[in-house]
Design a protein around this ligand. Structure first.
Ligand code: PLP
Length: 379
């Protein structure tokens, strides 16, 4: 057998080659005007992103994590407040409430779609109310792996329970739900432009979206140290949370191919589904939605089978990753904020989930090689 070069898990070089002239034009423009902080590219990007996801306002910030922080700071979330969020997500979602002195309350996820489970959310809210120590204050619904969470159910629960609803769209910018892009399903929406996300910069970045004029102006103020109408009037305790002009320039170049890249990701996902669907558990689709396919994760029968498949793929030059090997309620940093109840679906997924390479620049031969390798490993 001839050795083939390993397949990249995410191919930023292939993308760069494709957009290089637009990228250079955009970066040269910034080098020309030298407005490195909140230069014109930031406002241009905000307008384009707001339009893309059907939101009234977009505020570009320094990271997805900072976007979550700004959203919760704007609501005054802090000591004594319960913030409900899924246990099966990236750590940033849980870290911010704790940084602000609030308490994360971990909710289990759906065993098929891996999205936060609305029925379990309702039970957790009822528990916190019965217990009486914390005030239910906010819900952070995460759109996991590229697909949307069940926002119809989540927004209804938030409304009935009087919770601030925040949509963590960091992994799924570009997905749709009920025929519309996600960006206005909750009181506010945040996304991330970390280099491995579907729409990404060449460094850290993020954005907030909201329909509310008051929230939007508060977010703008908080990202620049809480400044008021004049630069040296400080209205709020804020932070340094702005998106760099350079990152905005990179993102504007990447936006020119984003729609096409989403289609390419969908093609890879369909190919994986059709070749692998009889051999392993392939991702269940959220009804009436499209995915941004940040991650394509399969389920193996158990942890030992996963380790075997991962090793066999590695030998074949196929990289894999585990999102997430440990649910948040079992993490050393968070477990003492959890009441000890089991979250069986999150725990089960963590033990046997495996992510395959998915990006728009996988060749047909690479996709076939990934499938052949998985089928060989499980047979
Ligand atoms: C990546 C990610 C974040 C954090 O975004 P950063 O830009 O890296 O700060 C938050 N939530 C989820 C679900 C993420 O995947």
């Amino acid at each position: 057998m001839t050795a083939r070069p390993p397949i990249p898990f995410i191919d930023l070089k292939g993308q760069q080659a494709r957009i290089s002239s637009e990228l250079r034009r955009r970066l040269d423009a910034v080098l020309g005007h030298c407005q490195f902080i909140l230069g014109p590219e930031v406002a241009e990007l905000e307008a384009k992103l707001a339009q893309l996801c059907g939101a009234r306002h977009c505020i570009a910030v320094s990271s997805g994590t900072d976007a979550i922080q700004i959203a919760l700071m704007a609501e005054g979330v802090g000591q004594g407040d319960a913030v409900f969020l899924p246990a099966f997500t990236y750590t940033a979602t849980a870290e911010v409430p704790l940084v602000l002195g609030a308490t994360p309350v971990f909710v289990d996820v759906d065993p098929h779609t891996f999205q936060i489970d609305p029925a379990h959310l309702e039970r957790r809210i009822a528990e916190v109310r019965r217990d009486g120590h914390l005030r239910p204050r906010a819900l952070i619904g995460v759109d996991l792996f590229g697909q949307p969470a069940d926002w119809k159910a989540l927004a209804g629960i938030a409304e009935r329970e009087g919770l601030f609803s925040l949509d963590d769209l960091a992994q799924s910018f570009g997905c749709t739900l009920h025929g519309r892009p996600l960006g206005a399903a909750a009181d506010a929406t945040v996304t991330s432009f970390f280099p491995s996300k579907p729409l990404a910069g060449y460094g850290d970045g993020g954005a907030l979206f909201t329909e509310s004029d008051e929230r939007a102006s508060l977010y703008r103020s908080l990202r620049t140290h809480g400044e008021g109408a004049s630069r040296y009037e400080v209205l709020h305790t804020g932070m340094n949370g702005r998106l760099d002009t350079m990152q905005a320039a990179v993102l504007l170049a990447k936006l020119t191919v984003f729609a096409d890249e989403l289609k390419a990701r969908e093609r890879v996902a369909r190919y994986y589904d059709s070749r692998l669907g009889n051999a392993v558990v392939t991702p269940a689709r959220v009804p009436d939605s499209t995915s941004a396919w940040a991650i394509y994760a399969i389920l193996l029968p158990d942890q030992a089978a996963r380790a075997d498949v991962q090793a066999a793929l590695r030998t074949n030059g196929v990289p894999t990753a585990i999102y997430y090997p440990r649910p948040l309620h079992l993490q050393p940093a968070y477990r003492h904020h959890h009441n000890g109840i089991g979250l069986p679906v999150s725990e089960d997924l963590a033990s046997r989930i495996l992510a395959l390479p998915i990006h728009p620049y996988l060749s047909e031969a690479d996709i076939a090689h990934v499938c052949d390798s998985v089928l060989n490993a499980v047979s």
